[in-house]
Ligand binder design. Structure first.
Ligand SMILES: [Zn+2]
Length: 322
């Protein structure tokens, strides 16, 4: 090992000294040029969970993105999170729960229909060794396109042909109401139309669950209105262990956990979204619950710690065993 002096560090010659060895390690390899599979597996009691990464969208934002904060503050928060000032980093992670009797998929990803940098769910499903035909049940948290579009391909064929689909009753009631669509703003009308594209021809096969229903053994639903009227989170219990699936209670935690009062333009009811966020985050922090968020950085799983002004997300440690 060569001796590195401070002077060498300053002049950059330290690296040259460390890399001056000759031998097989110096052989050049062609760069792989592609990312590895985005999967993370963990256990809750006897349940096996697989987090499946679907990609990321850098959502363009304007100075009106947060309804109740000056944009200079938003820019500071984005800068502190190493994000560009005009885009919100929006990663997507779906979750498969194997509860011992069923394979349950919570939300379906973008279907490659939101951004070119998202839509790798099916590749990651293959990497996980899971056949789409093996999914027994899909449970939807809410009807935004990034949560439902992955249930169909671009030709409108079902991606998970054997899966029963369960959706929140309040979400169906709001978005499938033509009067609501007719009075919506132009960009929201697109969302209404997209939901009809996904659900209209399969409406009879879609089961609507009521608030607080258990959709499968060990998977309970909790109404979490605000982001959308029927927005739902999930509590997964097995043995003494549990996981709170936060869905879109907060989008990227570096922005919305640190600033839980912020109301984004994509929240249908901003006041309710903030109240729901604080209630669930307080519970998760106080009970030291493991949580996962659909738009948290992959593997989207960790804990929430209460801070002076909000919450900090502490990601899980990667482990080579379950
Ligand atoms: Zn979302």
């Amino acid at each position: 090992m060569p001796t590195i002096t401070r002077r060498m560090l300053l002049t950059g010659s330290a690296l040259a000294a460390l890399t001056s060895r000759t031998g097989p390690a110096a052989a050049a390899a062609p760069p792989a040029g592609t990312e590895v599979a985005g999967l993370y597996r963990y256990r809750i009691g006897t349940f096996e969970l697989t987090a499946l990464y679907d990609g990321i969208w850098y959502r363009p934002i304007t100075d009106r993105f947060i309804r109740n904060a000056p944009f200079a503050e938003v820019e500071r928060a984005l800068d502190a999170a190493y994000m560009p000032a005009d885009k919100l980093a929006t990663p997507f992670t779906t979750l498969i729960v194997n509860n011992g009797s069923k394979l349950v998929l919570l939300d379906t990803g973008t279907g490659g229909q939101i951004a070119p940098s998202a839509g790798v769910l099916r590749d990651n499903l293959a990497a996980a060794g899971i056949d789409p035909k093996a999914i027994d049940l899909i449970v939807i948290s809410h009807f935004h396109p990034d949560h439902i579009n992955g249930s169909k391909d671009k030709d409108n064929a079902l991606v998970f042909p054997n899966a029963e689909i369960m959706v929140p009753e309040a979400e169906w009631a709001f978005w499938m109401d033509d009067a609501n669509m007719d009075t919506a703003a132009a960009d929201m009308k697109l969302t209404f139309r997209n939901q009809r594209r996904i659900f209209a021809d399969i409406a009879k096969a879609v089961t609507r669950f009521t608030p607080d229903a258990e959709v499968a053994p060990g998977i309970a639903t909790i109404p979490a209105p605000g982001h959308t009227p029927g927005h739902t989170v999930f509590a997964i219990h097995s043995g003494a262990e549990s996981l709170l699936v936060l869905s879109d209670t907060a989008q990227h935690p570096a922005v919305f956990a640190r600033h839980p009062d912020w109301q984004a333009t994509f929240d249908v009811d901003g006041d309710a979204a903030v109240a729901t966020r604080k209630k669930l985050f307080d519970r998760a922090a106080a009970d030291r619950m493991l949580v996962t968020g659909y738009h948290f950085p992959f593997p989207a799983c960790g804990h929430l710690v209460k801070t002076a002004g909000g919450y900090e997300h502490v990601p899980v440690e990667w482990k080579p065993t379950l």
